[in-house]
Design a binder for this molecule. Structure first.
Ligand code: PRP
Ligand code: URA
Length: 206
């Protein structure tokens, strides 16, 4: 499985805002949108286009149209913070939702909601979840997405832990990951270190 890290200066800038314990919820949301726009732009480099002709006010010109149907699947809750920026970056998408919550003691994720658009060989699915920690949430989500018919799935995260990357690689070797950074490790409570704390709580002020 391919893993791609963005070394874009904007990613480093927004990541620092997200990590900072002093960042308030408004600034956190703006930084989340900003970094998602860059990460999605990087991830979308893999997309293919069909050549078309476009009529300008003056004459015909060569043009291109994205091939395939884009589907974003934000993992609730934290993935919701990435959705608007992802949709603004890549046009014409559909959206599916998967709600997962990690148990505070075992860190195992359980599903409480799922709603998918049509998924098949024509769809290109981007799973949006800012934190790839143990990888449990991503693995379970992608299992659901594949079971619903998708054959082309990528993961877009903001911070990944080495443990989560490895687990996802083993479970879904065909899935490409785009992430802003791979942090050092998980702590005993399965939080990413140095990380940024609980993404959902910081995004939604809970
Ligand atoms: C967080 C995060 C990921 C998950 C990652 O969600 O948004 O979905 O943890 O951890 P994992 O890789 O170990 O599965 P959380 O369960 O805290 O729910 P929330 O988004 O509703 O806050
Ligand atoms: N989920 C988070 O929000 N943060 C972590 O560090 C790990 C999982």
């Amino acid at each position: 499985m391919a893993i791609e890290l963005s070394n874009h200066p904007l990613v480093q800038h927004y990541l620092t805002i997200l990590r900072d314990v002093e960042t308030d919820a408004e600034s956190f949301r703006r930084a989340c949108s900003g970094i998602t726009g860059v990460l999605m732009t990087e991830a979308a480099k893999q997309l293919e286009v069909d050549a078309i002709t476009v009529q300008t006010p003056l004459e015909k010109a060569h043009g291109a149209r994205l091939r395939g149907e884009i589907v974003f699947v934000p993992i609730l809750r934290a993935g919701l913070g990435m959705l608007d920026a992802a949709m603004a970056t890549v046009p014409g998408s559909s959206v599916g939702y998967i709600g997962l919550e990690r148990d505070e003691v075992t860190a195992e994720a359980s599903c409480y909601y799922s709603k998918m658009p049509e998924l098949g060989a024509a769809q290109i699915v981007y799973v949006l979840d800012p934190m790839l920690a143990t990888g449990g949430s991503a693995i379970q989500s992608i299992e659901q997405i594949k079971a619903a018919g998708a054959t082309r799935v990528s993961m877009v995260s903001i911070i990944a832990a080495p443990e989560g990357v490895k687990a996802l690689q083993v479970a879904h070797p065909d899935v490409t990951i785009m992430t802003g950074v791979i942090d050092r490790e998980l702590n005993d409570s399965k939080y990413i270190c140095p990380g940024l704390g609980d993404f959902g709580d910081r995004l939604f002020r809970t």
